[in-house]
Design a binder for this molecule. Structure first.
Ligand SMILES: [Fe+2]
Length: 377
């Protein structure tokens, strides 16, 4: 029985269904043209040769004249349209790691400003299997080869550049969280209401200054005519290690199960395979993403490797109040990722531990310090 008291988002462009999108790849796949690749060639070669610290590169440094207008459209589509897109054809094999990272960074700079992804201030993340135990409170799924359940990242938009793919598995799967909400509001409004109440989440030992190691936030946050969804079930489960956090109620567990089942069902999600040189962008507010378990190559140099950006996007929708406690906001009012005491924004070109839980040890100086050229956003 549909509930009349719940806000509805039936006509949102973000409320797509996977099979519809699978039938029209031209709607979301952008194959780069030769002249657009030439723009990336020029910008990445010039900025690489200059020795610039990647973190300091802005959109003005990389005008990308034959991509810029299309990237502006893509930004609009990410924030106010279907919420995702895939750019295909960045010549990563020819570029090598640093030039690939610069090209990816330049594309991202046209969509927003990179925000920190972990306690060490990394703004260029490396998604690869570091052999970590996902069961530990501080573990982050992107550093394992395990299947990742449907979840969101931080910032407005998450971007991935595929450098190398695994031997098998590792499919990217996405689902519209607006479509999930609509289905729940229609079929189980009682559970949709449960998910509009605060749920307590674990910061995985990456705690910004003045914050608790956990934070409360609803899964569904209707705000200003826009539906913000944020769901990371592992952080909800891990927050139960804190005695002061309320226990997960049976109706909450049922609602999480229902959400997972809807996302995993055949009607809503969209699977895609990454090729080397693919760049996927997703809006964290309207899309949940997951990845299938994968089997990697034995040779170290062949192993699956993605670069990741989290972007705060000026011009994005005004965020609801719980996001202030959750991530804090940049000077432009955008969610600012994970900004911990002492962290300096930086872009390592090698995968390394994100530093959860021992920031002070790794980064001397208890006060928040930020490289002058890269103010904390
Ligand atoms: Fe993720």
């Amino acid at each position: 029985m549909p509930a009349t008291d719940l806000p509805r988002f039936d006509h949102s462009p973000a409320a797509w269904r996977g099979p519809e999108m699978a039938a029209c790849p031209e709607r979301w796949i952008w194959q780069l043209a030769q002249d657009q690749i030439a723009d990336l060639d020029e910008a990445s070669a010039r900025l690489d040769a200059s020795g610039r610290d990647i973190v300091t590169i802005t959109a003005e440094d990389a005008p990308l004249p034959r991509l810029a207008a299309r990237l502006a459209e893509m930004k609009q589509d990410l924030l106010y349209g279907i919420g995702f897109g895939l750019i295909r054809g960045v010549p990563v094999e020819g570029y090598g790691l640093r030039r690939s990272a610069i090209a990816f960074w330049c594309i991202g700079a046209h969509l927003g400003a990179a925000v920190s992804q972990n306690a060490k201030g990394h703004v260029l993340g490396h998604v690869r299997d570091l052999g970590f135990d996902y069961a530990k409170p501080s573990a982050r799924g992107y550093q394992t080869a395990e299947r990742l359940p449907y979840h969101c990242d931080m910032g407005d938009v998450v971007g991935l550049l595929s450098l190398r793919t695994s031997r098998s598995g590792g499919l990217s799967s996405i689902v519209s969280s607006v479509a999930l909400y609509n289905a729940m509001a229609e079929r189980r409004p009682d559970l949709a209401r449960v998910l509009m109440q605060p749920t307590y989440r674990d910061r995985r030992d990456e705690v910004p200054e003045g914050r608790k190691p956990w934070y409360p936030m609803p899964v569904f946050n209707p705000h200003g005519g826009y539906l913000f969804t944020h769901f990371v079930r592992s952080t909800i489960r891990k927050a139960q290690r804190f005695p002061e956090v309320p226990r997960i109620a049976p109706e909450q567990a049922e609602a999480f199960d229902y959400l997972d089942a809807l996302a995993n069902g055949p009607d809503l999600h969209l699977d895609m395979e990454f090729l080397p040189g693919d760049v996927q962008f997703l809006c964290n507010h309207t899309i949940l993403h997951s990845r299938t378990k994968y089997v990697d190559w034995d040779e170290p140099g062949r192993k699956r490797h993605l670069l990741r950006l989290w972007l705060g996007c000026p011009g994005g929708p005004a965020v609801p109040e719980p996001y202030v406690e959750f991530q804090g906001l940049t000077g432009e009012g955008r969610p600012r990722g994970i900004l911990c005491p002492g962290a300096v924004l930086n872009s390592p070109l090698e995968a390394e531990d994100g530093g959860a839980g021992d920031t002070a040890k790794r980064l001397p100086g208890a006060a928040a310090v930020t490289r002058a050229a890269v103010p904390a956003r």
